[in-house]
Design a protein. Structure first.
Length: 150
């Protein structure tokens, strides 16, 4: 990956709706050269996919919770089963297996506290092998980006 690829990736991370023509002007390359670079980055898996980022407040998912999960045991079977079940829950946007006092950290987005309680009671706590949960609620967002600086 050269400097031009890095500049191209920065531009795409800021706005993937830019045309290859617009990108070619910014990078001082031909449209074909930009197109080929993008295809190469996709083939190499550097660009994995394209998405539309939604404003969670506009879709009634503005209540953000970070839920720390401790499993009752750390066997491969318990970890695998938990992970298979947690990926099925739409309210969970991110799930990280972590080191430290807890085994997993989940990022959950719902409408409000009432919806979170319903989610906890009817979905999350029904998963097998959970020993304990600890919820932290977002007060304000300081930084939220999907952009990597290369």
């Amino acid at each position: 990956m050269d400097t031009t690829d890095k500049k191209l990736l920065a531009l795409l991370q800021q706005n993937t709706k830019r045309t290859t023509k617009e990108l070619s002007v910014k990078l001082h390359l031909s449209v074909t050269a930009v197109y080929e670079r993008i295809r190469k980055l996709e083939r190499e898996g550097i660009i994995s996919h394209y998405v539309a980022l939604l404003n969670r407040n506009k879709i009634n998912k503005g209540f953000v919770v970070f839920c720390h999960i401790k499993l009752i045991q750390h066997s491969k079977e318990f970890l695998t089963k938990f992970e298979q079940e947690v990926v099925k829950l739409d309210e969970i946007l991110e799930c990280f297996h972590v080191s430290g006092d807890y085994d997993y950290i989940l990022k959950i987005c719902v409408k409000d506290m009432e919806e979170y309680r319903e989610f906890m009671v009817t979905k999350l706590t029904t998963l097998q092998h959970i020993g304990s949960t600890h919820s932290t609620f977002m007060i304000g967002e300081v930084k939220n980006t999907t952009e990597f600086v290369l």
